[in-house]
Structures are given as structure tokens and as C-alpha cells.
Design a protein around this ligand. Structure first.
Ligand code: MLT
Length: 207
């Protein structure tokens, strides 16, 4: 395991996987998480995949995030755009540093929202994305060419943070840009359930 600060300034962990047939995973934590949060999840849902896991650079109090928000579910979109490009540049650097193909993002909550933003602003940065409890990141979304890009969207029917209509809207938006979207709504809240992990494991074995 390597823990280091890349030139683009993200504290991150890189774990080299043993299975070259597996695409690497870009693990993106939720608010208050860090670069270690999703490592065990990554190892379990994609055994043998390399794991690249940055820590969000924005602090809300003591809680790391990937971009600023003005209130819960209300994003500072100028900051979101800037941070999304910074994260995409980090991916470019990390790919050349560690010799990786484009990764599949696995993002939870705030990490899922920045992954959705990456898809819309820098689609070439990702080979695909699993968005766990994501909402539409932009009020007026940019258009992007997502032709054939695999996207798994897992939402919780009892999620108090992401209303069902918002996850439907995000699924429709990504599909309208050409992504191969699989959207499943689970009997769960904002937290992840066993069903999330099973669906994610199956999806990752197919992409
Ligand atoms: C966000 O700010 O990205 C969403 O509200 C999810 C969260 O981090 O709580």
C-alpha cells in the first residue's frame, strides 16, 4: 500500500491489485470520510482490482468532502466545477504514476455526487461509475458524451437526503447522454445495505 501526496495535492492511498483483468477502482468517500473509508469495501466488491482512494480536500468543520455545499443538497456549483477538474487532473497524474487504465469510480454520497460531476465534466477520466446514493450535481447540467459508459446507480427508497425523484432525474440525465445506466432503488436509507454490496459486486464483475 502506498500513501502519498501526489503533485495535484490529494492525500491518497494506492493499493496495487493482483488481477490485471480487473479495472482499477477510484474510491470516493462520503462527507466526513477519508481515503481509508472504502478500502475494505473495494477489496470485497472487486477482489484483485487496484484501488486508488483520494481524500476530499474541502473541510466542512472537521469533515472532509470533495466540494463545498451551501446547505444539505445545495451545492456551491462553482466550487464543484473547480474541484471536479482538480480531481480529474489527479486521476490523469495517478494513472501515469501507477501505470493504470481509466478507473471505474465507486462513490458514496458526496463521493457519488463528485463522480456524477466527473462523468458530466470530464467523462474521459472514468471508464464507468457506480454511484451509491447520488443526486444530480448541477441545476443546469452540462452536456457530455457518455456513449456506452457503464453507470450503476443505487438509491435508497427511504433515503432522507436524496428524494426518489432526484435519483430518477439523475438516471434519466445520464441515460440521455448515452450512458448504459442500471438504476436500482433499494429498501434502504442513505446508508448502504447488503443488497447494495451484492448488486455492486455483480455489476463490477460485468464491466
Ligand atoms: C452532498 O453534500 O454531497 C450530499 O448532501 C450528500 C452528503 O454529503 O451528505
Amino acid at each position: 500500500m502506498t500513501e502519498t501526496k501526489a503533485d495535484t495535492g490529494f492525500i491518497h492511498v494506492f493499493e496495487s491489485g493482483g488481477d490485471p483483468a480487473r479495472k482499477p477502482l477510484l474510491l470516493l468517500h462520503g462527507t466526513g470520510g477519508d481515503e481509508r473509508d472504502l478500502l475494505a469495501l473495494g477489496r470485497s466488491v472487486a477482489p484483485g482490482a487496484s484501488l486508488l482512494s483520494p481524500r476530499g480536500k474541502v473541510l466542512e468543520g472537521a469533515a472532509p468532502r470533495f466540494f463545498r455545499r451551501l446547505a444539505e443538497g445545495v451545492f456551491d456549483e462553482a466550487d464543484l466545477r473547480r474541484r471536479t477538474h482538480e480531481l480529474a487532473d489527479f486521476i490523469v497524474d495517478a494513472r501515469s504514476r501507477y501505470g493504470l487504465p481509466a478507473p471505474i469510480a465507486v462513490g458514496f454520497s458526496n463521493g457519488a455526487n463528485v463522480a456524477a460531476s466527473l462523468l458530466l465534466l470530464r467523462p474521459e477520466a472514468l471508464a464507468g461509475a457506480a454511484l451509491l446514493r447520488a443526486m444530480p450535481p448541477f441545476r443546469d447540467p452540462p452536456s457530455a458524451d457518455l456513449s456506452g459508459k457503464p453507470v450503476l446507480l443505487l438509491s435508497g427508497l427511504l433515503d432522507p437526503i436524496v428524494p426518489a425523484a432526484d435519483s430518477e432525474r439523475l438516471a434519466a440525465l445520464l441515460a440521455s447522454e448515452g450512458a448504459a445506466v442500471e438504476h436500482r432503488s433499494l429498501p434502504a436509507g442513505h446508508g448502504l445495505s447488503q443488497a447494495d454490496l451484492s448488486l455492486l459486486t455483480g455489476w463490477l464483475s460485468r464491466v
